[in-house]
Design a protein. Structure first.
Length: 143
């Protein structure tokens, strides 16, 4: 702050303008951090920055959340139980953790394999089409 005042007294307005902008950015960042902590404490009861954007709620934890315009976004519930085997159930405000049945676990595993295979096929097809399209453009002299 002292250097800003000195720059103004010395008529070095370019330096004063730069120092003022830096100070404003610092103040806004501090204010945003305070607001995020306040909103998180209102929502969860406490705020823990050390857990890499994770807030524990008993058997479940909230992962990957961010605060925009005073609301939580990307709020995902995950199981806190070491075994896994739990899935989020419900919609909107009534989401809770429920133990997965062995049948559901098997279906999820098989479905993930199937979707990975399907994704690979679609990606290959897109690449083929792109290659043909580029060859046509090159033949016309446009690429």
């Amino acid at each position: 702050m002292r250097s800003l005042i000195d720059a103004i007294f010395e008529n070095n307005l370019v330096l004063a303008k730069q120092l003022m902008r830096e100070r404003i950015v610092e103040l806004v960042e501090d204010k945003l951090d305070e607001m995020k902590i306040q909103i998180a404490t209102e929502q969860f009861g406490y705020f823990d920055e050390t857990v890499n954007r994770t807030v524990n709620l008993g058997r479940e934890r909230v992962v990957n959340y961010r605060i925009r315009h005073g609301q939580f976004q990307l709020r995902k519930l995950r199981s806190n139980v070491v075994q896994g085997g739990y899935a989020a159930r419900g919609h909107r405000g009534e989401v809770g953790m429920v133990r997965m049945t062995p049948d559901e676990r098997q279906k999820r595993r098989l479905k993930s394999r199937y979707t990975a295979y399907k994704k690979r096929i679609k990606k290959a097809r897109i690449q083929q089409r792109r290659k043909i399209s580029n060859m046509r453009l090159k033949a016309m002299g446009l690429a």
